[in-house]
Write a protein that binds this ligand. Structure first.
Ligand code: FES
Length: 148
């Protein structure tokens, strides 16, 4: 029988193997680094904005399958979004993977494939590494973001 979890798993594997938006943006307005001290993984986020719109976003660095897939899915979802909508998406995504309260998964689109991470508390930081990095970049923080 078709299992939605298998499809989700396939999408995560695909985004880890072929990460979208991987690489630097030469003329980025904002570059922010996220670090998970528990494993040593680091992701760097490159953001280009036009007014209040994220016109381009990419990442590089090294990370586990979940952190890379999450960064790939996040950067795909953020392109063309306003800064305000990016923050709303950040909050909804955070709810999705940390809370049992129902979140409108449809509003999250493909990002909903990471919902299963909630069942593995140790992996939540992997999935949120790039998101906290983006959040800090938007907030204008200057130093590397740490998950601890
Ligand atoms: Fe390092 Fe997942 S194990 S971010």
């Amino acid at each position: 029988m078709f299992d939605i979890k298998d499809l989700y798993q396939e999408i995560i594997v695909d985004h880890n193997r072929n990460p979208r938006n991987f690489g630097a943006i030469d003329d980025a307005d904002n570059i922010m680094e996220g670090f998970n001290p528990l494993c040593g993984d680091r992701l760097k986020l490159y953001i280009k904005t036009e007014g209040q719109i994220i016109s381009n976003i990419a990442f590089d660095g090294t990370g586990c399958a979940i952190s890379v897939a999450s960064a790939s899915l996040m950067t795909d979802a953020m392109k063309g979004k306003s800064i305000n909508n990016a923050e709303i998406l950040f909050n909804n995504f955070h709810e999705l993977i940390t809370n049992d309260n129902a979140v409108d998964e449809e509003s999250l689109g493909k990002l909903a494939v990471l919902a299963g991470v909630k069942d593995f508390p140790g992996r939540v930081k992997c999935a949120t590494l790039c998101w906290h990095t983006l959040h800090s970049a938007i907030m204008g923080d200057k130093k590397t973001v740490s998950t601890e």
